[in-house]
Design a protein around this ligand. Structure first.
Ligand code: SF4
Length: 494
C-alpha cells in the first residue's frame, strides 16, 4: 500500500525561506511559476559531486537509513524512523519527524547512555546563524514528536584538515554542540511556525518591499518578479557603494543613480559610473589607463589558469576548499590566432607540466593575468619543486600584471560594470563581441564543477567530450582576455 502523503505545511527549507522573507514563502507556496529560471551554473551546482553527509555517517558507522526514495515520500520516512526507534536501533541516518505541521529530516540520530543525540551535517566551514535556526526547528519538531534529545550538534568542515592518505572523518569534521542556542530559541520557533503557516494561507502576497533580505542569507529566487519595477541605471547598479546605503537611497525616493546628490558621490568611483550612465557609454581616465598599459613590456603573453575548489580534499596534501589549478593556458600577444593552449587534466599537479609552463612564461617580459594568481605554493610543493624552480616562480610573479585592474578600479567606468567579473562580462558590458566557447561549458564555474566530478569519479557524461569542452572554454577565455587588452589600448588612445 502506498505511504500516506504528509500533511505538513512547512519543512526545514520553507521555514528558513520564511525567516528570510515571508513574501518569498508565500510566493514559493502559492505562485511558484513566478520563480526565476535557474541559470546553467545554478543547475550545475545542484548536481555537485560531493556528498559530505556520506563521510559524516562514517563517524557513526553501522546505522540504518530512513531516507525516503524520493523527496515526496517524507511521510514514509517518518514512519520508517518510528519503526527503527521502536526496534531499538541506535544509529539512524536521515531520521524524519513531523509535528505542528512541520516535517524535518535529521542527518544522524544516535542513542547512547545519555539518550538521543542529534547531529546535523553541513559542508560549510563554520556555523552560521541560519544553521542555528535550522537546528532549533529540528529540535522543536523532534521534541514535539515525543523524542527527548540530550544534545544537538552541528558537524562542519575542519579547514585545518590536510589530507594524508584516506580521509579520516574524525579529523575532517568539527562537531560542536549548539544545544544552548537551540534551547533559547524554542519559544520563538513555535511562534514563527504559527506565523508562517498563516502566511502560507494568506489570500494575497504580503506587501513586503525589496530589501537586503533579497540577497541574504541566500539569493532569493523571486528577484525577477519583485525587482521588475527597479529601472536600469538605478542606485543598485552602482559598484563600490555599500548595499545598506543603496537601500537607504531607495527608501528615501532616490531610485536613479543620477539623482544621488553630487556631493555624496566619490569622484574616482561612483561619480565616474554615474557620468557613464548619463552618457550611456564608458568613461575613461586616460592618464590612469595609460599608466597601467605602460607597464606592459614586450614581448608579453596572456597567462590563464582554471581551478576547482572541492569541499573534500581530493589530492594528497590539500585542505578542504583548497583551490586546485588544473588547466593552464599561455598565449603570446604577438602569436598567431590559432596558437595552441597548454592544457592538462586533473591528474595534477605534474612537475613536467609545471616546468614546461614556467619555462614558456619566462621567455616573456610581461605576463598578463586576469584576477588573482593560482596557488603557486601548493603547485610547487606538490610538484616537488626545489629552490631553482622556486626562484623562477618568484620571477614570474614579480613580472605579472593583473589586467582586471583598470576595469575593477574605475580607470574605465561603464554603466553595467557592477555585473562584470570576467573578461566575457566586461566585453559584453562594453558592447564588444565576445568569443563563445564551441562546447557545452560556458563559464569557469561550470568547468570547475565538471572537473570536480571527474576527479571524484562521479562524471556521468563522456569524459573525453567534457575535457574537450573545458579546453574549448579555456581557449575562448584566453582569446577574450587578449581582446580585453586590445580594447583597453583602443580606449586609452581615443
Ligand atoms: S525578492 Fe526580496 S522581497 Fe521578493 S520575495 Fe524575495 S526576498 Fe522577498
Amino acid at each position: 500500500m502506498p505511504a500516506k502523503k504528509s500533511s505538513a505545511i512547512l519543512s526545514k527549507s520553507t521555514f528558513i525561506r520564511g525567516l528570510q522573507c515571508e513574501k518569498s514563502l508565500y510566493l514559493h507556496k502559492n505562485r511558484p511559476f513566478l520563480r526565476d529560471r535557474l541559470s546553467p551554473e545554478q543547475l550545475a551546482k545542484f548536481s555537485r559531486g560531493t556528498n559530505v553527509g556520506v563521510y559524516a555517517q562514517e563517524l557513526f558507522p553501522g546505522g540504518v537509513d530512513a531516507a525516503p526514495k524520493t523527496h515526496f515520500q517524507m511521510a514514509a520516512s517518518v514512519k520508517k524512523t518510528a519503526e527503527f526507534i521502536e526496534a531499538g536501533e541506535t544509529v539512524i541516518y536521515e531520521a524524519a519527524f513531523e509535528h505542528a505541521g512541520v516535517i524535518i529530516a535529521l542527518d544522524i540520530l544516535v542513542r547512547d547512555v545519555a539518550g538521543w543525540k542529534a547531529i546535523e551535517v553541513k559542508s560549510s566551514r563554520s556555523i552560521s546563524e541560519t544553521y542555528l535556526w535550522d537546528a532549533s526547528l529540528q529540535y522543536f519538531v523532534m521534541k514535539g514528536s515525543g523524542i527527548e534529545i540530550s544534545d544537538f550538534s552541528i558537524a562542519y568542515i575542519n579547514t585545518a584538515f590536510v589530507r594524508k592518505g584516506p580521509i579520516n572523518p574524525a579529523e575532517l569534521f568539527k562537531i560542536e554542540s549548539v544545544l544552548p542556542f537551540v534551547l533559547e530559541r524554542q519559544e520563538q520557533v513555535g511562534q514563527k511556525i504559527e506565523r508562517l503557516k498563516e502566511v502560507v494561507e494568506l489570500k494575497s502576497s504580503p506587501p513586503i518591499p525589496i530589501g537586503p533580505q533579497c540577497h541574504k542569507p541566500y539569493p532569493c529566487d523571486f528577484i525577477g518578479h519583485c525587482w521588475k519595477n527597479v529601472p536600469a541605471g538605478s542606485v543598485f547598479d552602482l559598484k563600490g557603494l555599500e548595499e545598506a546605503q543603496k537601500f537607504k537611497y531607495f527608501e528615501s525616493g532616490i531610485i536613479k543613480a543620477e539623482d544621488i546628490p553630487k556631493t555624496e558621490l566619490d569622484e574616482k568611483t561612483t561619480a565616474r559610473q554615474v557620468k557613464s550612465m548619463a552618457m550611456g557609454k564608458a568613461v575613461v581616465d586616460s592618464m590612469e589607463l595609460n599608466g597601467f598599459l605602460d607597464q606592459i613590456k614586450m614581448p608579453a603573453a596572456v597567462f590563464s589558469w582554471l581551478d576547482f575548489i572541492p569541499a573534500m580534499p581530493i589530492f594528497e596534501g590539500t585542505k578542504p576548499y583548497q583551490s586546485v589549478p588544473y588547466s593552464f593556458a599561455l598565449k603570446g600577444l604577438e602569436a598567431s590566432e590559432n596558437q595552441a593552449v597548454h592544457f592538462t587534466t586533473p591528474a595534477f599537479p605534474e612537475r613536467e607540466m609545471l616546468e614546461e609552463i614556467i619555462d614558456a612564461v619566462l621567455g616573456f617580459e610581461t605576463i598578463l593575468v586576469f584576477g588573482p594568481q593560482p596557488d603557486w605554493d601548493f603547485l610547487l610543493k606538490n610538484a616537488g619543486a626545489e629552490q631553482a624552480l622556486q626562484k623562477k616562480v618568484e620571477l614570474l610573479l614579480a613580472g605579472s600584471l593583473d589586467l582586471s585592474h583598470p576595469f575593477n578600479n574605475y580607470s574605465i567606468a561603464w554603466p553595467a560594470m557592477r555585473q562584470a567579473d570576467s573578461p566575457e562580462e566586461i566585453l559584453a558590458g562594453l558592447n564588444q563581441p565576445v568569443l563563445k566557447p564551441s562546447g557545452k561549458i560556458k563559464t569557469r564555474l561550470e568547468a570547475a564543477l565538471a572537473i570536480e566530478k571527474l576527479a571524484l569519479g562521479n562524471l556521468k557524461e563522456d569524459h573525453e567530450k567534457v575535457l574537450r569542452d573545458v579546453e574549448a572554454f579555456h581557449s575562448a577565455r584566453v582569446s577574450n582576455t587578449v581582446k580585453l587588452l586590445e580594447l583597453a589600448r583602443k580606449m586609452a588612445d581615443a
